[in-house]
Design a binder for this molecule. Structure first.
Ligand code: ZN
Length: 136
């Protein structure tokens, strides 16, 4: 199935956005595992949890496996297309995703629940599959 030019543009924008984000902040607080920002005046790394982060800082690959607290559920439904993605908020990396028939199947199998509990059910299923570390 071919992508339209509009879809290709959307994907290109998303990739460019991700690359930009990564070049700005690819280092994480070793205690809180959140992205730190460099304070050029102080010459130190600031953690958004409210302290100067002490090196060695972590890279994205050194972060512990995300739990549901680190995860965000992104959805995109249009005509006969469906996309459900669990994203790691810390890195904006895709943890796991489902497309079209995969989304349909997950609803049919009762893993995805429609309506209000949808986001919870996606996170539950991602945990069940081992894509997210257990949290409770
Ligand atoms: Zn911190």
């Amino acid at each position: 199935m071919a992508l339209t030019n509009e879809e290709i543009d959307q994907i290109a924008d998303k990739v460019a956005e991700k690359l930009d984000k990564h070049s700005q902040s690819a280092l994480y607080c070793p205690i809180h595992n959140v992205p730190v920002t460099f304070d050029g005046y102080e010459g130190k790394w600031w953690c958004p949890q409210g302290h100067w982060a002490t090196p060695p800082l972590k890279s994205a690959s050194e972060l512990p496996q995300p739990t549901r607290l680190d995860a965000e559920v992104l959805t995109w439904f249009e005509r006969d297309r469906a996309h459900v993605e669990v994203q790691d908020k810390r890195t904006e990396e895709t943890v796991i995703e489902w497309w079209d028939e995969g989304v349909e199947q997950a609803f049919e199998d009762g893993f995805f629940k429609s309506g209000r509990p949808f986001h919870e059910s996606v996170l539950d299923y991602a945990e069940h599959l081992g894509a997210l570390a257990p949290w409770r």
